[in-house]
Design a protein around this ligand. Structure first.
Ligand code: NAD
Ligand code: A1AUG
Length: 542
């Protein structure tokens, strides 16, 4: 029973380890990678706190070394999804009525376990299973995941503390109830932190969850689940399932107690899901909450006053960190003619220094793309661009999938600002540049705004304050996360709440109170201390 107004520990961002040569953490991580590579693990679903194995045994392989086997998982089907829903629904009553600080303590403990005991393994699994470099794994699987857990507890308390005023003789209160039913968390391959946050955020607010991760992220999802359980998460609160997406969707979206979806993934899949929910709308007990962060076609626009070395650094980091497989990745850039030749020269020079290879070698900045399907899609765009007129290959353009799914960091310049690679999300290491006349700055801003259906992230480079503020105004609706003189990736929880609008999602800002608000259904209570005992108003007289 709660007996106080509790203050949660003040969250601060988890410090990023350097993994520089000679550091203890570098040695520990290298050892953990070696240890994991030497074994084949068996991964089960977790339904109602129990290991459950489906009939289909599927191998997990490092994308940069696809013949190596890291282990196997066992995919289920409709029956396991139904069992997971039943488990979530039966766990709901007890979990929802547990006092908030006891729920919060579990997630804070999971944060501490992830920052200490399991940090190396979280990073190692993300590096091996998703082909992330050491730094990219550290900012994701360790730091962002820990930040989500700690900051969400802080935001939850802000929500609970937000109470209405009361007039004399009355006490008004708002209870922030969890949603009535179960939540479906459907998560992407590219961020371990996002995969963990999507089930954890609704669960923190008292909901129970069915979580289906991307097949390409199961190797690290398995560890996230183990950490949450070790932290004390009761059985049935989060149920981890592995199944074909549409098959699982049929069961989930057809269920009357479906109360909400927490999705991150592609725009196409989100739109299919929204349609399915819409088609079933009259069958649900409540209107389901639909929260989805989806694709991007993120831009960089440089003004003639831009600092060229800073611009080139932002293009390289923004477009090619994690092989361009971030929803926030820079994939179209607009450079004025007056600085194009300096930009091009430096870009080519710097790209030539990038080392590509497996994640086990910490000297590699660049690793493999996630799987054969992504490799085929990305190289399809590269081949098309290579043979198109008006498009010039500036750097990269080669690829090889014999050992791993390697695609070089690739840059094209096009004379058509509507060329397909300027408009569609490729989700790989391909950057397309359009060079504009300096005199066409205003026109180019309009072009940036109207070229793509997406509106996730964008960056403006300018040393001229008027140009910077003009661009920010014209591009007001072109990005949910706008960067001035910085790359358009790498949002930090608590610092840059993340999400976009238009085709990029519902912009509910992961890692902020705005997101947590979607997982509660407020109940307003008015209590009157001395209730009126006569219906007559004074104006009626005697
Ligand atoms: N805006 C953001 O915050 C953000 C963050 C990360 C990734 N993303 C986006 O995610 C995409 C990359 O991730 P991905 O390849 O894992 O996305 P995806 O859409 O292919 O898959 C996301 C999840 O949906 C499932 N799924 C796939 N097809 C389905 C279907 N027809 N019905 C039901 N479920 C289905 C997948 O198994 C996975 O669990 C990119 O488009 C990227 O921009 C967005
Ligand atoms: N939040 C991450 C992107 C997540 C999508 O893949 C960033 O800001 O770069």
């Amino acid at each position: 029973m709660s007996t106080g107004f509790f203050q949660v520990p003040n969250p601060i961002n988890e410090p990023i380890f350097s993994y520089a040569p000679g550091t203890k953490e570098r040695e520990q991580l290298a050892n953990k990678i070696k240890e994991l590579r030497a074994q084949e693990i068996e991964v089960s679903m977790r339904i109602n706190g129990k290991d459950v194995r489906g009939d289909k045994k599927i191998a997990m392989n490092p994308p940069h070394d696809h013949k190596h086997v890291l282990g196997y998982y066992y995919e289920g089907g409709k029956k396991e999804i139904q069992d997971a829903i039943d488990s979530a629904l039966s766990a709901r009553k007890e979990w929802a009525s547990l006092s908030w600080e006891k729920r919060a303590a579990i997630f804070l403990k999971a944060a501490d376990l992830s920052a200490t005991k399991y940090r190396m393994e979280l990073n190692a699994r993300t590096m091996l299973g998703q082909s992330k470099s050491v730094y990219q794994a550290e900012i994701d699987a360790a730091c962002e995941w820990v930040d989500f857990l700690r900051f969400n507890v802080h935001y939850a308390t802000q929500i609970y503390a937000d109470q209405p005023i009361s007039s004399p003789g009355v006490w008004n209160r708002v209870e922030y109830r969890p949603l009535e039913g179960f939540i479906y968390a459907l998560t992407p391959f590219n961020f371990t932190a996002i995969a963990g946050n999507l089930p954890a955020a609704p669960a923190l607010m008292g909901n129970t969850v069915v979580w289906k991760p991307s097949p390409q992220q199961i190797y690290s999802a398995d560890l996230l689940m183990k950490i949450l359980e070790e932290a004390g998460l009761p059985k049935g609160v989060i149920n981890l399932v592995f199944a074909d997406g549409p098959e699982a969707g049929d069961v989930v979206f057809g269920h009357k107690d479906f109360a909400g979806i927490h999705f991150t993934g592609s725009t196409k899949v989100f739109q299919l899901i929204w349609q399915k929910i819409g088609n079933n709308i009259s069958n649900y007990k409540s209107y389901p909450r639909i929260v989805g962060e989806t694709g991007g076609k993120d831009f960089v626009i440089a003004h003639p006053s831009a600092n060229v070395p800073a611009l080139v650094t932002a293009l390289i980091r923004g477009a090619f960190e994690y092989q361009g497989q971030k929803c926030s990745a820079a994939s179209r850039a607009y450079i004025p003619k007056s600085i194009w030749s300096a930009t091009k020269e430096l870009l080519i020079k710097e790209l030539a220094t990038i080392k590509m290879g497996g994640t086990e070698d910490f000297g590699n900045f660049f690793n493999a793309v996630i799987d054969a399907r992504a490799f085929a899609k990305i190289t399809g765009y590269i081949d098309l661009a290579k043979k198109s007129s008006g498009v010039e290959l500036v750097a990269g353009g080669n690829y090889d999938d014999s050992k791993g799914y390697f695609v070089e960091p690739t840059v094209f310049v096009t004379d058509d600002p509507h060329f397909v690679t300027m408009e569609e999300e490729i989700f790989g290491p391909v950057l397309t540049i359009y060079v504009y006349e300096d005199s066409e700055w205003e026109k180019t801003l309009q072009l940036v705004d109207s070229t793509s259906a997406y509106a996730l992230t964008g960056a403006i480079f300018s040393q001229d304050v008027y140009a910077l503020s003009e661009a920010a105004k014209v591009l007001e609706n072109a990005a949910g996360n706008l960067y001035l003189n910085d790359k358009c990736t790498g949002a930090v929880v608590g610092q840059q709440p993340f999400g976009g609008a238009r085709a990029s999602g519902t912009n509910d800002k992961a890692g902020s109170y705005l997101n947590l608000l979607r997982w509660v259904s407020p109940r307003t209570i008015k209590e009157v201390f001395v209730s009126p005992e006569d219906y007559r108003y004074p104006f009626l007289g005697n």
